[in-house]
Design a protein around this ligand. Structure first.
Ligand code: ARG
Length: 402
């Protein structure tokens, strides 16, 4: 057999681990390169992936992508108020970066063949494959779990036959995906929409009864719609997210339980904990409401929604996304300032905001000023709703004749 190399996007979990012997024995690759992208998942998972790769003798790489993820994926999501059905899209926005880093690694080691462990039911297959093909059109991509319509039972059986170390996977009830922007927990009884999530699925957030007894006052500084500081101290993007995750998590903020419409059309019950994202998104919106005009806010909500759809679907390199981001960037020029929040018992409450570009004028809005001459409103109020009033005038005639 000629030397054939494949790059496996590797997490260390069951699905991707069985891909190693499969690539060698069923797909005809003599060399398997495994690459794990660190986007802020548990460090123990990364270490475990490294260890398993060593046992299974792959050429293994770990790529630290935390700062890239924070700066180039989480911050644009903040600027766009990124949200899909109540979910800050933590898993979704990590996939394009994973694809991008995999392609960069593939170029380094000189391969154009890829494998990933996504199933045929989820969204990740779209996101990963679009990302790889957008950045490397000549890529060949294998998805063994999907291509062989595998079940978990078959996978475990195969792993045991091929001496794939899966002890940790066997003990895992939940399927977890983790990065700086959030944690997603699926599987087991959680799939039942009516099953209340047990406390044990949460790792980053306290329950309300165990949450900190006193509120925390935090101030988030923004520059051009991007978070830059916490309580006056600046941090790198990834560090800032980690700090706010910790703080908000102690107050039980960011637990999300939704029915989610996947790209396939499947409705799936999803649980997330996104403490930091929840706080950043709330603060960002509060600042936008201070500095953008009513017209901008209205249009931006539409643009944000489209941006979020593209992000959810992993169409990160679609030109429409660039077009939408040009609009978003233009609005974010004034989204600079500070937002004060009180974090307490599951809720981030905005308690103050300021910006050099505030469109608020105390002189105009106050009850105690005469700058705004109230008498000038008379004509405007009188003609407000003119067409609606006319409708009510003709209504009785209409009901008689129609
Ligand atoms: N449904 C979410 C998404 O498509 C998250 C899926 C996370 N996967 C997991 N194994 N927990 O973005």
């Amino acid at each position: 057999m000629a030397n054939k190399k494949v790059l496996l996007v590797y997490s260390g979990g069951l699905d991707t681990s069985i891909c190693i012997p499969l690539m060698r024995e069923e797909y005809g690759y003599s060399d398997v390169v495994t690459v794990t992208i660190d986007v802020g998942q548990d460090a123990a998972d990364i270490a475990q992936a490294e260890e398993k790769a060593k046992i299974m003798k792959t050429e293994h790489y770990t790529v630290d992508a935390k700062e890239d993820f924070a700066k180039l994926f989480c911050w644009p999501a903040v600027q766009a108020n990124g949200d899909y059905q109540g979910y800050p899209m933590s898993t979704s926005i990590a996939r394009p970066l994973i694809a991008q880093k995999a392609v960069e690694m593939a170029r380094q080691v000189g391969v154009t063949d890829f494998a990933h462990g996504c199933t045929g039911k989820g969204n990740d297959q779209y996101r990963i494959e679009f990302g790889i093909r957008a950045l490397m059109p000549e890529a060949t991509i294998h998805a063994p779990v999907r291509e062989r319509n595998m079940t978990r039972t078959w996978e475990i059986d195969y792993a045991q036959k091929k001496n794939v170390p899966i002890q940790q996977s066997l003990n895992k009830i939940w399927s977890i995906d983790e990065n700086l922007w959030g944690r997603s927990i699926e599987g087991g009884r959680l799939e039942e929409p009516d099953f209340a999530p047990p406390e044990e699925i949460f790792k980053w957030t306290s329950s309300i009864d165990k949450a900190a007894a006193k509120p925390s006052a935090v101030t988030i500084g923004f520059k051009n719609g991007v978070p830059v500081s916490l309580n006056g101290e600046t941090f790198s993007p990834a560090t800032l997210i980690q700090k706010v995750n910790m703080l908000a998590g102690q107050h039980g903020i960011g637990r999300i339980d939704v029915m989610e419409d996947r790209m396939m059309g499947l409705k799936v019950r999803e649980n997330y904990e996104c403490p930091g994202a929840t706080v950043f998104l709330k603060a960002h919106k509060a600042l936008e409401n201070l500095v953008l005009t009513r017209e901008e806010i209205r249009m931006k909500a539409l643009i944000d929604q489209e941006w979020s759809r593209l992000a959810y679907e992993g169409l990160w390199w679609d030109p429409l996304k660039e077009d939408l981001e040009a609009f978003i960037a233009s609005t974010q020029r004034r989204v600079t300032g500070e937002v004060k929040l009180s974090l307490y018992k599951g809720q981030p409450t905005v308690v103050g905001r300021n910006s050099p570009w505030a469109l608020y004028s105390e002189d105009l809005a106050s009850f105690d000023t005469t700058t705004f001459d109230q008498r000038e409103s008379t004509g405007a109020v009188k003609n407000f709703g003119l067409q609606s009033r006319m409708y009510h005038q003709i209504r009785s005639k209409m009901e008689r004749e129609m």
